[in-house]
Design a protein around this ligand. Structure first.
Ligand code: FE
Length: 209
């Protein structure tokens, strides 16, 4: 076998070749550290900060909005302040907009240009969100895309597609699932999926179907 190395256990591992871009990143990183611009610790802290941002943040916000109408009003009126109230740092977002789904109206979020996404609230975007297919088809046929995710909408429900940019990021506030009266915020948050906050799906049902 070519392009492989044997280790002491006697089996072969393929050689991992870094891409051009990865090599460049590592070279820049080494230079920045060598010149004292940043430290290895800074890099590690930043990685940990980035990894700590996940859809759990968004789920906490949605669950609170479901149980607390005053919070919901603040969340819609001033999303970044509401995030701060919940200990979620949304300051990296320039303009943050909450889109509330209703019985008659559904919102769906895309970035047609690239992959703009509310990362402080939802973490890293899924691969499909960044795909050319989703970016193109979500604006042409949002209902078709939703139905591929498993969500079939009645014809009389309006769908609005929102195009994210470097300046403006969106989160969908989905409707609270039926049968969750009296549920705790923690239990409600478990129903709030990433995809329901992008708007392509509903939250999980109270009773698994
Ligand atoms: Fe983008």
């Amino acid at each position: 076998m070519s392009n492989s190395t044997s280790d002491e256990h006697g089996h072969d591992h393929p050689k991992h070749e870094l891409s051009h871009h990865a090599k460049r990143i590592y070279a820049i990183r080494a230079l920045l550290v060598e010149k004292g611009v940043i430290t290895e610790k800074d890099i590690q802290c930043q990685i940990e900060y980035q990894e700590a941002r996940s859809p759990a943040n968004g789920a906490k916000l949605v669950a609170r909005a479901w149980v607390d109408p005053a919070f919901k009003a603040r969340f819609i009126a001033d999303p970044k302040a509401a995030c701060a109230e919940m200990g979620i740092d949304a300051t990296a977002i320039n303009e943050f907009v909450v889109l509330e789904n209703t019985e008659r109206l559904r919102h769906m979020v895309v970035c047609t240009l690239c992959s703009c996404y509310p990362r402080p609230i939802l973490g890293r975007p899924p691969d499909w969100y960044k795909s050319f297919n989703y970016r193109q088809r979500s604006v042409i046929d949002p209902r078709g895309v939703m139905s591929e995710f498993g969500l079939d909408l009645a014809n009389d429900i309006e769908v609005r597609v929102h195009d994210s940019t470097a300046d403006i990021r969106y989160i969908v506030l989905p409707r609270r699932p039926k049968g969750t009266e009296g549920w705790s915020e923690t239990d409600l948050a478990k129903l709030v999926t990433r995809d329901s906050m992008i708007g392509v799906m509903d939250p999980l049902p109270a009773i698994p179907e």
